[in-house]
Design a protein around this ligand. Structure first.
Ligand code: SAH
Length: 393
């Protein structure tokens, strides 16, 4: 077993069970891509077992902080069983759920979503790539399912020096899936949808939105960055009379439109707008339009803290426009899924947007991702999605 020695003074984060070690913290040692290494302090003290990634800035990802643990096939079976046991206890109003959420489940770089009877996996680090065959076996055995599609086409794989890969790993056939979420039915394509096909992390927020639209009696709703219209279906279920979904993806909007009819709502209550959100908000303001509720769920403007400043301006801009477009007493459900923007910073950005728009409001709820995308105490980077439900004064 190869040994990696951490620079003196840089072992603290591993001692606090943070799973990453950056290239700059390594004193000596090297290994192959994904190879398991023993990580020690400069004094020779055991710190963790980890996967080595020769190309990534994140050079080590810890598998285990227990010296007695062996990183073998059975280790992956145990971690997968642990992740599934947690999911079995969570309240999930859907047949679709994130089963493995990377670092939070002790499997850095592995994402597995279940959509009805189909599993979709992303192998995003060299460590899980190396153990892929064993992971696949254990996933199929633990879930009892027969279909597993690979969506290892996220750009982060390139940082690991891994080629992008997609396709059936187990089973075959149509990649179209229909799922149920709350009382709704939604469709997706595991081969073509964003990420693994759908945004499961917003499941509970879609229901919150449906309930708020109903409670506050919102009639006109603007769903910005709608993707396939999850929040739009929620708005219709909550009794909205007119809902507009705005997205720059034509295929996503076609699905949003189909979801309206699939859930038994009159298609005349929904409009799909293939457009840039920022330009749309400006255009509506010029026309003097108003909405009773607006959702802002943009893509990741700041993947890391280094992008935070420019991203902050982009977030502020759309929030300022949306706050102005809202009717008095209207609802804004605004999100950021950027890991580089903390909940505190996001609140400050929205506060700045309110000042510029000369609009104040009450924060009704602060929300995050669904619990099947868990955060752990030792890995603050795991927190990415945050949202504020605001009632305009
Ligand atoms: N709210 C959605 C998820 C949104 S993901 C849900 O509940 O499922 C972000 C979406 O923003 C993607 O669908 C992407 O196509 C869209 N998008 C990205 N940039 C955009 C832009 N400038 N204008 C409009 N849509 C954009």
């Amino acid at each position: 077993m190869k040994k990696i020695v951490i620079r003196s003074g840089k072992e603290r984060s591993l001692e606090r069970r943070h799973p990453w070690v950056f290239e700059s913290s390594i004193a000596r040692g090297a290994a192959d891509s994904g190879e398991t290494v023993r990580v020690e302090s400069s004094e020779g003290q055991f710190l963790c077992w980890a996967a080595f990634s020769p190309q990534s800035q994140i050079r080590l990802r810890a598998w285990s902080f227990d010296e007695a643990e062996r990183i073998d096939s059975a280790f992956f079976a145990r971690r997968i069983a642990r992740a599934l046991a947690l999911r079995a206890r969570l309240p999930v109003a859907s047949d679709s759920i994130r089963l493995i959420h990377g670092e939070a489940d002790g499997l850095p770089g592995l994402v597995v979503d279940r959509y009805a009877d189909t599993l979709v996996a992303q192998f995003l680090s060299s460590g899980v790539e190396r153990w892929k065959a064993q992971i696949i076996e254990h996933l199929m055995a633990a879930t009892g399912l027969s279909r597993l599609y690979e969506r290892s086409d996220a750009q982060v794989r390139e940082l690991e020096g891994l080629a992008l890969q997609t396709g059936w790993l187990r089973g075959e056939g149509s990649t179209a899936v229909t799922i149920s979420e709350h009382q709704w039915r939604l469709t997706l394509d595991v081969a073509e949808g964003h990420k693994t096909g759908y945004y499961l992390d917003q499941r509970d927020n879609r229901k919150r939105f449906a309930d708020a639209v109903q409670h506050y009696g919102c009639k006109t709703v603007l769903n910005c960055y709608s993707y396939t219209g999850g929040f739009s279906v929620g708005a219709l279920a909550g009794g909205a009379e007119q809902v507009i979904s705005v997205d720059s993806s034509g295929p996503a909007l076609a699905r949003a439109q189909a979801h309206v009819a699939l859930n038994g709502f009159d298609p005349a209550r929904h409009q799909a707008l293939d457009a840039d959100v920022n330009a749309t908000l400006r255009g509506f303001l010029k026309e003097g339009r108003q909405f009773d509720a607006i959702v802002l769920d943009p893509p990741k403007f700041a993947p890391t803290a280094a992008h935070a400043e420019r991203a902050a301006r982009a977030y502020k801009d759309i929030n300022r426009l949306a706050l102005r477009l809202l009717a008095p007493g209207g609802l804004l459900f605004t999100f950021s899924c950027s890991g580089g923007i903390s909940p505190d910073l996001f609140h400050k950005i929205v506060a700045g947007a309110g000042l510029d728009a000369q609009v104040d409001g009450f924060i009704l709820e602060r929300v995050g991702a669904t619990p099947d995308h868990p955060q752990t105490i030792c890995f603050p980077e795991g927190e990415y999605l945050k949202g504020l439900l605001i009632l305009k004064s």
